[in-house]
Design a protein around this ligand. Structure first.
Ligand code: WTA
Length: 647
């Protein structure tokens, strides 16, 4: 890892919202007096009933309870739209850039208001009430933002399912939050290829049973999709017939805003629940200060709304701040590998936020596709989703930003609602590969395996010792799982699941997950999910899945598969298994490497020793450690002999 220091440029010290002195003073205040600090920050929103209580949180065993601004009321859509109408009704709220470069449009705050109100009325007509769950399975089109905000407007809870997930995954998520209503599109369009969203929705609903009574279908490609009478509604017809007047519902600060299913180390994906007041305060403050957003800036986050980054930093944070946010339907290499930079030039983007996996793949194509574009509008670059290796950081800094743009390497999680560790561009000197220092109100702590707190420069497991307003409140419908997952490994603190190093300057370097979650191209995947998909195949007896370092994806998926007796391990069968997982979960879960293993290394009590499997997958079997506790140490030799990742 590189320890090279990039000091804050003088220009940034004076222009940014926060300089070093303000960072230090406000950070201290946010920790010493969270009530005072957040009580003031909370005023950045419009409250229907102002709060008098700010923080009421407990991480105590048996009593995990997180409440912020608990006696206040507000509406998220009113904060993201209505309050801007007077001053910026004609300002662009959303720039939409389609998959095809010829397709783009600007949506003003006034147009956003009308679209959201109409759709909110459609939902109401279909019987959706405050507290009901609505599943969104949409491409990156403006209707995705309208749908989120329409739910927020009437107090419904949205659950977005990434358009790359399979019908089975969609079915599990519909069931997981018991939603009766799905909003989808006929087909998605990515990189010139169609994604059969409506067909997948039909397949998913067939698996769920009779609960879904409304499917609203946006016309995206105009593809011919069957419509089920009484259940399916054409979006365009329904909104045209609906009233454009829909008063926002008054919501308590702690009423749920959305559920987002995310992978964990065990079991099925869990429904991360975020609520109204604290979430929006945190998303909007972090968006303004970390991206140093100023009025008139054009801001672009390349994430998909199917992930938390799209929730907080395409829709809620930027719109709460009255920003212009760009929504991109396509992919970085279509129609050409210059696409990102062409879009930057076309819309004069000032702030650009993407994932290391995208940077690495663009880096592979060399400098020319970048250099043929201007990028003069760019001022700030951001990174999220996985550790950014210093080589990719330097390339992003030198080639894309021409040494002019600071990079904010933002560490956070679906669970945290917003960014927790990051540079502030006018305040914090950068080190390539380090997420640097905590944001206001965030107290990171490193602990060893036994839970002892480690001070100073050291390696450890990353915990957060006190609550911040954007924190998830519970696992939907399963508070016990919330407590067990995040608060039982180490008592009285939130455990992130990430490993981390702190250097002599107090900078944090995230080293990756320490649990059985793998991060593939910045997307979270539970090894348990891939394993249960593999063992559901009729020829598979047992499977163990681990991550291994992958040049482009950050981590790749390595699967050890034990076949049923008599089944031959052929290359065809490997392909079949990859296709199986792809169809079962979605393309992001496809194993990169499969090794047929006659036996897996197990302890005498039958526990698979993943540590050994990880080492072999990493092609680093010289240091396997103690294998004497294995029931049959000989299996290890066979695994090494047939390893698939030879450097
Ligand atoms: C990883 C995405 C290093 C980390 C917002 C975390 C990162 C997981 C960074 C959460 C970063 C995210 N540096 N690692 N800047 N950002 N991660 O829930 O392992 O999809 O726990 O949220 O991504 O992934 P999630």
């Amino acid at each position: 890892m590189s320890d090279k220091l990039h000091p804050v440029p003088d220009e940034w010290k004076s222009r940014a919202h926060v300089d070093r002195a303000k960072y230090e003073a406000d950070y201290k205040r946010s920790i010493d007096d969270p009530e005072g600090y957040w009580g003031e920050v909370g005023k950045r929103l419009d409250w229907i009933k102002p709060y008098t209580k700010v923080k009421n949180t407990s991480f105590a065993p048996g009593n995990i309870s997180i409440k912020w601004f608990e006696d206040g009321s507000l509406n998220v859509a009113a904060n993201c739209i209505d309050r801007h109408l007077e001053t910026r009704g004609d300002q662009t709220a959303i720039i939409w850039e389609g998959d095809d470069p010829k397709d783009s449009k600007h949506i003003t705050y006034r147009e956003l208001h009308e679209n959201v109100c109409r759709l909110a009325n459609v939902l109401k007509d279909r019987g959706v009430k405050k507290g009901d769950r609505v599943t969104l399975y949409l491409p990156m089109i403006p209707e995705a933002a309208y749908s989120m905000l329409a739910c927020a407007r009437i107090g419904a809870i949205h659950s977005i399912v990434f358009g790359g997930f399979s019908p089975d995954s969609l079915a599990n998520r519909i069931e997981g939050c018991e939603s009766r209503v799905v909003i989808t599109a006929d087909e998605g369009l990515r990189g010139g290829k169609k994604v059969p969203l409506k067909k997948n929705t039909d397949d998913a609903i067939a698996r769920v049973g009779g609960e879904v009574d409304t499917v609203i279908v946006v016309t995206r490609t105009g593809g011919d999709v069957p419509m089920t009478d009484g259940r399916d509604v054409r979006y365009e017809d329904a909104v045209a017939a609906a009233s454009a007047d829909c008063p926002p519902e008054e919501m308590n600060a702690e009423d749920p805003l959305f559920i987002l299913f995310t992978s964990g180390s065990t079991g099925k994906p869990k429904g991360v629940l975020h609520t109204t007041g604290g979430y929006l305060v945190y998303a909007s403050l972090t968006h303004e200060l970390i991206f140093d957003y100023h009025d008139g800036d054009i801001y672009w986050c390349t994430a998909d709304v199917g992930w938390v980054t799209g929730h907080s930093y395409i829709v809620y944070g930027p719109l709460a701040n009255g920003a212009t946010t760009l929504m991109f339907e396509g992919v970085p290499n279509y129609p050409s590998i210059s696409r990102f930079w062409d879009v930057v030039d076309k819309h004069k983007v000032n702030i650009f936020y993407t994932a290391p996996t995208a940077i690495r793949s663009l880096m592979g194509a060399g400098e020319e596709p970048v250099k043929r574009t201007s990028r003069q509008s760019l001022r700030l670059l951001g990174s999220v989703g996985e550790p950014i290796n210093p080589e990719a950081w330097e390339w992003y800094f030198n080639v894309v930003g021409e040494r002019r743009c600071p990079i904010v390497d933002t560490w956070w999680q679906t669970e945290t609602g917003g960014i927790l560790i990051t540079p502030l561009p006018g305040a914090i000197d950068l080190k390539p590969g380090s997420a640097t220092l905590p944001f206001f109100g965030v107290q990171p702590q490193l602990v060893d395996a036994e839970g002892n707190v480690i001070e100073g420069a050291a390696d450890g497991n990353l915990c957060i010792v006190d609550s911040w307003p954007g924190q998830m409140r519970t696992v939907y419908g399963d508070h016990k799982r919330f407590e067990e997952t995040y608060f039982s490994t180490y008592k009285n603190k939130y455990f992130t699941g990430d490993g981390c190093r702190r250097d002599e300057d107090g900078y944090y370097w995230i080293t990756g997950r320490v649990d059985d979650v793998i991060n593939v191209s910045g997307h979270r995947m539970g090894t348990a999910e891939v394993e249960s998909s593999l063992v559901a195949h009729e020829k598979v007896a047992e499977a163990a899945v681990v991550g291994y370092p992958h040049d482009l994806k950050g981590q790749g998926i390595y699967a050890y598969v034990t076949l049923n007796a008599g089944v031959e391990g052929t290359d065809e069968l490997k392909k079949e298994l990859v296709a199986w997982v792809r169809k079962d979960i979605g393309p992001i879960a496809s194993p990169d490497l499969i090794q047929f293993a006659p036996g897996l290394p197990k302890t005498r009590s039958g526990k698979i020793m993943r540590r050994i499997l990880r080492k072999i997958a990493e092609d680093d079997f010289g240091a396997l450690g103690d294998t004497s506790t294995l029931a049959d140490p000989a299996v290890v030799d066979d695994l090494i002999d047939h390893r698939q990742n030879r450097k």
